[in-house]
Design a protein around this ligand. Structure first.
Ligand SMILES: [Zn+2]
Length: 698
């Protein structure tokens, strides 16, 4: 028996033990190789769409299932034995997946069928599947002569190696720094929670009566935001700007190597630059159009951005009694926070009692039910210790979860009662769980069959016998992941690899980000934000403060994202203009007009920019996607605002045109079918309070 590969819909988590990893994954790998060999070995004259394209998709079904379950467990229930078992299988699995596109016999078979007359008779989804598959092969180098193909493979291998080195430098130099403070007076200004965390951290490292800080964001950011001592903030800023930038951890040479290898790969594959190669099948299509998008928003908000900094400098001067001058980089967060508190008198902690995790989930389900015509209910589930001694585990065949805190739900169509999908939700942190929040798919059902997915987070846990009470940002995150989940579970696409969230990168955040809008709307908030003791909705004055503080320094927040996107695109579009120059000078040249007017310039971000350089592709040439998807979600939400935020017809339309379609239709067409037109930037600027900016403004 191979528990990791078992086809049961309700996964028997307790049977997925580390000892099963090697036999199961080895078995699945052999099976997948046999399946692929069978495709290659068939009589070309008899080969058709089903025996090639669909067979290729099915070839890795079992492996995908087992490997997916294992990697999921690795991210939520890490253990030494499991990690060791995974790492042992990792090279073989990676090799196998990367060998598919470079298999000459397979490519010959796929190409022959893909270019045959038979294809004209396929339905539109089949045609798109063929197109996407041919594209994937070609963009991996399948069509190149042998020596070029080898070079593409060598570049890929080299990129995997040096991008890993890059990220290790970032991690190691982050961890190499610490600040231990023994004089409590120096901590003036720091909130109690941050002090307690630093004291705890010091104790764990053997320091008594001390406070230890690191360059991890949750440790350093309270210092930058709250600590009165300017010299300590400066020390932390200097340390953080040296991450990946000095001595044995210096990433400068790696940055250039990575960029050059990407450029080489793009050139071999017939593209002018890496951005065009990467964006060809995304909404933006070309590097230039992504750049134009970023520059367009920049032009609109630049005057407000400068005004925000001028104003902040004046505020600091007034409060400190010094003459007005540009701020230092280590002063920005500190004076911003001071001004925010003074202007809005808003304490985010005051919202927590209104956001119990169960209340938020129940209200979110209510909203989704009304909008999308679905019902969601929790099912009884059980946690069984993996490998526990009983030979007949789970005799009643209850639905198992991987942890006692994890819950299980089913989604049905409210009209037809069809079972659309099921999902697990696991919301609180533990040591064996990776940080952050995410959605994933465990099984994509065939047309008419249910899908299986999961949503995971690291939200504030329950304390002192109270239910878990969340911050507003955490509530947004739950809505966000739930949006991804609906995209997966409401999918109705006949080809699995085109289903659900398998869409281009600059479209995938639309279903998730649009859900966050409901966390700012009074009518929908009242469905889920209720005081956990009194059931009262959020008081009007607290709601008003929350809304008023929402767009504080909006243009500066925007500009940070725009600057990173601009740097990313410029480096991947016109690398040859920069080769041989000093990295910091390149930053300043590219980002003129995108950086805050500060006294001390910051060193180049490229030396510690994991999004761009810690993976062969990752977010490279794709960082603009964040803003791109914000344009889509704000614009699409404007239809909800116009027709009623909880209007079920609008919701049904979104389900029909976006949530159910996956990648079966190009995303720009999906967008047009929902909105009746192309995306409009204006609603995003309106939402951010920046619509008055730009052309007209001085
Ligand atoms: Zn997301």
């Amino acid at each position: 028996m191979h528990p990791f590969l078992s086809p049961e819909f309700h996964v028997r988590w307790s049977t997925l033990v580390p000892e099963a990893v090697e036999p199961d994954i080895t078995h699945a790998l052999e099976q997948a190789k046999r399946n692929i060999e069978a495709i290659c070995a068939q009589d070309p004259a008899a080969a058709n769409y089903e025996s090639t394209f669909l067979a290729l998709e099915k070839a890795t079904d079992e492996l995908g299932r087992g490997w997916g379950r294992l990697n999921h467990l690795d991210s939520v229930c890490d253990s030494p034995a499991q990690r060791e078992a995974l790492n042992k299988m990792l090279p073989a699995v990676t090799d196998f997946y990367s060998s598919i596109a470079l298999n000459d016999r397979l490519w010959a078979m796929i190409k022959t069928v893909g270019e045959s007359a038979e294809m004209a008779a396929l339905d539109p989804v089949g045609k798109r599947f063929v197109e996407e598959t041919l594209f994937d092969f070609r963009s991996s180098g399948a069509d190149l002569p042998a020596d070029r193909k080898q070079r593409v493979a060598a570049v890929a291998a080299e990129l995997s190696k040096i991008t890993k080195e890059y990220s290790e430098h970032v991690l190691d130099s982050t961890n190499a720094w610490e600040l231990v403070i023994t004089d409590e007076a120096k901590l003036a200004g720091l909130p109690e929670s941050a002090k307690a965390g630093a004291a705890e951290n010091a104790r764990a490292k053997g320091h008594e009566n001390a406070w230890r800080f690191t360059l991890q964001f949750p440790s350093m950011f309270p210092i930058m935001q709250h600590l009165h001592d300017d010299s300590i903030r400066r020390q932390v800023w200097e340390a953080s700007s040296k991450v990946g930038a000095v001595g044995e951890f210096d990433n400068t040479a790696l940055v250039w190597q990575i960029l050059e290898l990407r450029q080489e790969k793009a050139a071999i594959l017939g593209h002018g630059h890496f951005a065009d190669l990467t964006l060809e099948r995304r909404m933006a299509k070309t590097g230039r159009s992504a750049l134009k998008f970023i520059e367009g928003i920049h032009a609109r908000i630049h005057p407000v951005f400068l005004a925000e900094y001028r104003q902040l400098a004046q505020y600091k001067a007034a409060r400190s009694g010094q003459p007005v001058s540009d701020l230092e980089p280590w002063e920005v967060a500190y004076w911003s926070e001071k001004q925010r508190q003074e202007n809005y008198d808003f304490d985010e902690e005051a919202l927590r009692p209104y956001f119990s995790v169960d209340g938020v989930m129940a209200g979110m389900f209510e909203i989704a039910s009304r909008l999308f015509g679905i019902t969601i209910r929790e099912l009884d589930s059980i946690y069984i210790e993996p490998g526990s001694s009983s030979t007949i585990q789970n005799p009643e065949s209850k639905i198992e979860t991987w942890h006692p805190e994890c819950k299980f739900y089913e989604i049905h169509d409210s009209k037809t009662a069809a079972h659309l999908g099921s999902f697990y939700a696991d919301w609180h942190p533990r040591e064996s769980k990776r940080g952050g929040a995410w959605m994933n798919s465990l099984h994509t059902g065939a047309l008419g069959e249910p899908h299986l997915g999961l949503i995971i987070g690291n939200m504030s846990p329950p304390v002192n016998g109270k239910p878990a009470l969340l911050t507003h940002r955490e509530v947004e995150t739950i809505f966000h992941e739930f949006g991804h989940l609906l995209h997966g579970l409401l999918s109705e696409v006949s080809v699995k690899s085109l289903a659900g969230t398998n869409v281009p990168w600059d479209f995938v955040e639309l279903p998730s980000q649009i859900m966050e809008n409901f966390c700012w709307d009074r009518e929908s908030l009242d469905l889920f934000a209720r005081h956990f003791e009194t059931e009262e909705p959020i008081p009007e004055d607290l709601f008003a403060k929350m809304i008023a503080a929402k767009n504080y320094l909006s243009a500066s927040v925007f500009m940070r994202q725009l600057a990173l996107a601009k740097l990313d695109l410029e480096l991947h579009i016109r690398l040859s203009d920069f080769l041989g120059k000093d990295l910091d000078a390149v930053d300043r040249e590219v980002l003129a007009g995108y950086l805050a007017p500060l006294k001390t310039p910051s060193p180049s971000r490229t030396r510690n920019f994991n999004h761009l350089f810690s993976d062969p592709t990752g977010y490279a040439a794709g960082y603009y996607s964040y803003k791109w998807a914000e344009v889509l979600d704000a614009d699409a939400f404007s239809r909800f605002q116009a027709e009623g935020v909880l209007n079920s017809e609008t919701g049904r339309s979104f389900r029909e045109h976006v949530l159910s379609k996956g990648n079966s239709v190009p995303p720009d067409e999906l967008y047009r079918s929902f909105m009746g037109r192309d995306p409009d930037q204006e609603p995003l600027l309106v939402r951010a309070g920046l619509a008055g900016a730009g052309a007209g403004a001085a």
